[in-house]
Structure formats: C-alpha cells, structure tokens
Design a binder for this molecule. Structure first.
Ligand SMILES: Nc1nc2c(ncn2[C@@H]2O[C@H](COP(=O)(O)OP(=O)(O)OP(=O)(O)O)[C@@H](O)[C@H]2O)c(=O)[nH]1
Ligand SMILES: [Mg+2]
Length: 311
C-alpha cells in the first residue's frame, strides 16, 4: 500500500489556490531537487497549467549536481516551462527570480497592474524560505517539518509586486509508490502517515545501488552493494549504538538516523531519482492504477446487475 497524506487542510489549500489562480500572473512551483519528479504535484499542474510557470529545483545544495543538470534539461525541454535550480535560503541566488517573473508576464508592473505571483509546492520544500529570501525579511514562518504554513498569506515584495505563500499541497492519491517513499524521506509527509522503518529500507535500497560509497564512508562499513537492505539498517544501528540489549538492534532508531542523515545531507549530495527512472515508475503506477479502476468498475457493474435481477 503506497503512502498517502491528504489531510483536510490540504483540501482547503486546494480550494484557495483554485480561487486565487484567476488573479495570478506567474506561478512559481517549488520542487525538491533531490526528488524533482516525485515532488512535482499533478494536482497543481491541473490547476495552474494554463499560467506561465517557473519550476524551482530547490535545495540544490543537498542534491547531486549532475542529476540536477539532467532534471533542468528535462524540464526546460517541456513547452511553457522554465526551470532553475537554487538554494532558497540565499538572498543573492533568488534575486533574479523577480526579473524572470517580469519576463514571463511582461504586461504586468506598475501600481495599476501589479505583478501577482503564487508560490506553491509540496510541504517542507522551501516555499516560505524562498519568500523570506526574496523579501529579505522573515515574513513567513519556516521549519524543517511538513505543514508549517497553515494559511495562504500575501506578502508585498514591492508596491507593484505581490507574492502569495501557500501551505504545502500533496494530492489525494499518490499512484507512484516510490514517490510516496521519496516524499516521506524528504520530510514532505506528516510523521504519522508513514512507517519510518519502511521508508528507511526503501531509501537504503536506492542508496546501496546508487550511492554506495557515501553510505560506506558515513557509516564506516564496506560491501553495502552486496548487502540486503535489512542488513544495512542493522549495520547502521550497530555503528551508532542503537541497541535494545542482548545484542538486538533498535531498527526504529536506526531508521530515524538514516532518514535524518539524508534530510540534513550529512550523507552527502544525493538525488533519489533520474528523469528516466521517474518516467518508468510513473508508467508502472499508471498501469496499476488503470487496473485498479477497471476492477472497481467491474465490481460496480456486477453489483448493478445483481440489483437489476432483484427488481
Ligand atoms: N539546505 C537547504 N535547506 C533549505 C532550503 N530551502 C529551505 N530549506 C529548509 O527546509 C525547511 C523547510 O522550509 P520552509 O520554507 O518552511 O518550507 P515550506 O515549503 O514553506 O513548508 P510548509 O509551509 O510546511 O509547506 C526549513 O528547515 C528550511 O530551512 C535550501 O535551499 N537548502
Ligand atoms: Mg511554508
């Protein structure tokens, strides 16, 4: 069962964005550069697709630079999309964004026609941090946890330039199982909506196959590529002294350590997906979802027939 998280406040955010979008000139969708496919919200794409959009691959300081370059080419090849990688906490890095908005909506500017920009994205991706850097102020509350921003908030960048910060938004059904795991690893999913051990095992599985030297250097053991995921988790627990007594490993604690090290990038610069991998996962997810819908329809039809015979 894939990880899902769509609490009630997200439904309110969805409605608020759907209402606001009419009066918006440019949409900035903030993505996590460590999971640029999984953090792109299909629900936002449906609601904002008709507006000029800048995709920001944020937290690039923690992502694998070669993979960030590949994702930028991938997104920039899509019609009507501009993608840039940045570190939202750096005021110098975000300064050119205002110019990019003017380039995308050249008719806007001046008191009669102020530029109106909506900043959106999944939880904990750095939307509020970006707004604070753009305005050089701590307008918006930030924090390393999903769901810090609770309500839409308007912030004035200049007399003729408004920004809307929005709460993090996911979508009602995450059909790509791997996306659920990657979003949870990044901190975009509420703590109670996933099992830390499962998320850590999925993360270790990917790291073992793609970033073995980083794992080995950080946790000081060798041969991870040949180990099972459970063995790697236990080795982490042993190395960090996460023990339950009688030589048993506290795998819950070990899982929290693995996830924490990924989130803080103390493991190194890591990206959990390439454009090609994500396209494959999406195709599988869509196939499974189509099968699920077909079964549901068949069940509904057979129920319909059943009631028909009783009539
Ligand atoms: N290393 C790094 N950390 C960042 C960057 N941008 C944001 N962060 C951190 O990521 C965490 C989340 O940032 P927020 O700005 O609160 O994220 P948000 O998207 O507004 O989150 P919600 O309001 O919960 O949806 C904070 O701890 C930030 O300091 C970045 O570019 N690099
Ligand atoms: Mg926020």
């Amino acid at each position: 069962m894939a990880i899902q998280w769509f609490p009630g406040h997200m439904n309110l955010t969805r409605k608020a964005i759907a209402e606001r979008i009419k009066d918006i000139d440019v949409v900035i969708e903030v993505l996590d550069a460590r999971l640029p496919g999984s953090s792109a919200n299909p629900l936002l794409a449906d609601m904002t697709g008709h507006k000029p959009t800048v995709k920001i691959l944020n937290k690039q300081d923690m992502a694998d630079p070669a993979r960030t370059a590949a994702w930028l080419s991938h997104y920039n090849a899509q019609p009507g999309t501009r993608a840039v990688a940045l570190q939202a906490s750096s005021a110098a890095a975000v300064a050119p964004l205002a110019a990019a908005c003017h380039a995308l909506a050249p008719g806007r500017g001046g008191l009669a026609k102020p530029m109106r920009v909506l900043i959106c994205g999944v939880p904990n991706v750095g939307k509020s941090t970006l707004i604070n850097a753009l305005t050089n102020k701590r307008h918006a509350k930030t924090g390393d946890e999903a769901g810090i921003t609770k309500l839409e908030q308007r912030i004035t960048l200049a007399d003729d330039f408004y920004l809307w910060d929005t709460p993090g938004l996911l979508w009602p059904r995450i059909i790509v199982a791997k996306s659920g795991y990657n979003l949870a690893a990044s901190g975009a999913i509420g703590r109670n909506a996933y099992d830390e051990e499962l998320v850590a095992l999925e993360l270790l599985d990917y790291l073992r196959q793609n970033y073995a030297p980083l794992l080995e250097a950080r946790f000081k053991f060798a041969g991870v590529a040949q180990m099972k995921d459970e063995e790697v988790l236990e080795a982490v627990g042993r190395q960090r002294g996460a023990l339950l007594g009688k030589g048993k490993i506290n795998t819950q604690k070990a899982a929290e350590i693995v996830i924490g090290e990924f989130r803080q990038a103390t493991l190194g610069r890591i990206t959990l997906e390439t454009p090609e991998e994500f396209a494959q996962w999406l195709a599988v997810g869509q196939q499974l979802d189509a099968e699920r819908l077909a079964k549901k329809e068949a069940r509904a039809q057979s129920r319909g027939k059943g009631s028909g015979t009783r009539d």
